[in-house]
Design a protein around this ligand. Structure first.
Ligand code: SF4
Length: 422
């Protein structure tokens, strides 16, 4: 199989390909070759990013040696849309320890082959559902205008209009278009302090959070209004507490319980989901008992030391997360994990073994492979040293499918095969 050639950028951010050198990739902090079979065409909706503060490393096909390009060349990374799991980071080294820290994105290795960009990735789920380019020009703006005039007093729609039009958040856009999964942000506080939190970063963090956390407390009336509007326009639709623009939704469990009960008094349609860190077990059990249909728990590891280093949990740990999932599964909730994955860490033998046990022991039905959005050096400096054999990201997916009967591996929340009867 033909290999792609190396892609790099100059200091004006213009992307170009090398005539001879092959690309390298990174797994953790190790540079490595990439097999021809590990490349796929750059997906629709993907974007390319120029990585300041980096040296690009290529492979001379004649000698097989790794070569650093000149100082005028910088690495390029692809940012993948939902549906694709990154297999390798771009092949680069930082220009010294004072090199700038990259913003919170999921950088993926890129190459150039037969006139097109290719990326080191696995097509893990149907990309069409969450393809940003599938929404027509002006469609969202019109839908936002209509919804805001139909619900003038609902602050949640006002907030989500900013998410849809400024951040380009697909779940917020769905809420105005009445399609697929809609957003229900509710909380400005969290019982964790993730190293790569996208809604809040400490003042001394080397990068800003890409989104600003909710600054008001949506009322139960405002929540029920958004939930019913979405479900009535799409009876198979999902409404989700726990969005990128908020903290941990379960910190407001009494209002979530009320909102679920009031919606279920009026309709059995649609699916009510919560995206949570799963740490507040008792409150989440109460939410399950109120009539929740789906639960997605975000996690990065089933190993305490790695989990604690990244999530910096306040008053809970992996065992609480497991208890939450176990209870929800036992009550018929369709459970999934939002698995923050990173080549060179996730595919370590001890991580995979622990995660397989975690998935089996806690009745998880779906693993959503989520490329971790963070500067690789920064992340690796914050977590315990990696041990054990490297298995490769594709192998991780194969092991999950082989070792966990009935488990689905995808990239985003799916409508459950069977509707929960409460
Ligand atoms: S659990 Fe979510 S909101 Fe809380 S710190 Fe982590 S990423 Fe941020």
């Amino acid at each position: 199989m033909k290999q792609p050639v190396l892609v790099y950028a100059n200091d004006r951010g213009e992307v170009m390909n090398h005539d001879v050198y092959l690309p390298t990739g990174r797994t953790g902090s190790f540079l490595t070759d990439i097999e021809p079979s590990e490349w796929i065409p750059l997906p629709k909706g993907a974007t390319l990013a120029w990585l300041p503060g980096t040296h690009v490393i290529g492979v001379d096909p004649e000698t097989g040696q790794m070569k650093k390009l000149s100082d005028r060349a910088f690495a390029v990374g692809a940012l993948l849309p939902q549906g694709f799991t990154r297999l390798y980071l771009p092949g680069y080294v930082k220009r010294g320890k004072d090199a700038e820290t990259l913003p919170l994105f999921g950088y993926t290795a890129v190459g150039w082959l037969d006139g097109q960009f290719v990326v080191a990735a696995d097509a893990t789920d149907n990309p069409d559902l969450w393809d940003p380019s599938a929404i027509g020009e002006g469609e969202v703006e019109l839908a936002v205008e209509r919804m805001l005039s139909a619900h003038p007093d609902n602050r949640l729609y006002e907030h989500l209009s900013h998410c849809a039009l400024t951040y380009g958040c697909l779940t917020a856009k769905n809420t105005f278009l009445g399609r697929l999964e809609g957003a229900l942000p509710i909380s400005s506080t969290c019982n964790a302090a993730c190293v790569g939190c996208i809604s809040e970063q400490p003042d001394d963090a080397p990068f800003p959070s890409p989104q600003v956390r909710l600054k008001f407390r949506p009322t139960v009336d405002e929540l029920v209004d958004v939930m019913l509007t979405h479900i009535r326009s799409n009876p198979e639709g999902i409404v989700s507490f726990g969005q990128g623009c908020e903290g941990e939704p379960a910190t407001r469990w009494p209002d979530i319980v009320q909102a679920i009960r009031r919606v279920r008094e009026q309709t059995a349609d649609g699916y009510i989901n919560i995206n949570t860190n799963g740490g507040l077990t008792r409150p989440l059990q109460t939410i399950v008992d109120a009539g929740l249909d789906l639960m997605r728990v975000s996690t990065i590891s089933a190993l305490d030391d790695h989990y604690n280093a990244y999530y910096q949990p306040r008053g809970y740990g992996v065992k609480n997360v497991a208890a939450t999932l176990r209870y929800a599964a036992d009550k018929g909730v369709y459970t999934s994990i939002n698995y923050l994955v990173f080549p060179g860490v996730t595919d370590r033998e001890e991580e995979v073994e622990a995660m397989v046990d975690f998935l089996r022991d806690n009745g998880v039905r779906l693993v959503q492979m989520r490329n971790l959005n963070i500067d690789p050096e920064y992340y690796l400096s914050k977590i315990p040293p990696q041990r054990g054999e490297l298995l490769g990201m594709k192998t991780v997916i194969e092991i999950f499918r082989a070792e966990c009967p009935g488990l689905e591996v995808g990239s985003y929340t799916h409508v459950p095969p069977i509707k929960r009867r409460v």
